[in-house]
Design a binder for this molecule. Sequence first.
Ligand code: ADP
Length: 244
Amino acid sequence: MLLELKNLKKTFKDNHVLKGIDLAVKEGEVIAIIGPSGSGKTTMLRNINFLETADAGTMTLRQKRIDMAAPTQEQVLWTRRHMAMVFQNYNLFKNKTALENISEGLIFGQNKSKEEAETLASRALDQVDLLDKKDFYPSQLSGGQQQRIGIARATVLNPDIVLFDEPTSALDPELVGTVLRDMKRLAERGQTMIVVTHQMAFARDVADRVIFFADGEIIEQGSADDVFDHPQHERTQRFLSAIA
Ligand code: ADP
């Protein structure tokens, strides 16, 4: 296993958002997490990347075991070197070009020279078909292009896992397709990915495993065929018929 979570719990005041999540992810696996709004999907990703601190739980990443409720600063930094996150709202630096947004992490996070960082960043931009936009600022790009730069920025660091937090939900419908195409390409290159998504067609097409999440718990999981065509739990059936 590349990543293993055990008993991840998170409460905001008296709101029990994560009620003891167990999740194991294999190298190269693409996991789609689906489920109703407010069920804790984003909170789970944010806890995995230590953007939030859990109340309880352990995470084992590349055999390194971390107490999620009390990670050391070193463990947080180590985890962030091995994982990248793609956010709903891209989170690009507005005063930096596409190329600078991608090369920054290589220069400051991985001590690469400016020249080497720019070579790697150009390659990552090329993989999302945006090399011709390398000197553009975010405001000069569409939401879809900004998100594809977000994907290039996440993957240029060569992370073990990329976490996607509803990467297409802020986009106009006509811009969703190119972002999903880049995510599919990434999956085909063997990138391990955990994708929180409302794009059921993408989950069906690309995910090795679909997890249905509700009320802070994993209700059901399996292949796309299992979960979409033969859901076992009433809660999953209700969710799928509501979005059909
Ligand atoms: P989902 O991603 O499934 O839509 P979230 O993880 O965003 O769900 O939210 C789960 C619950 O946690 C919601 O009730 C939300 O209001 C609450 N929540 C999320 N982040 C915070 C926070 N920083 N402070 C307080 N409550 C939060």
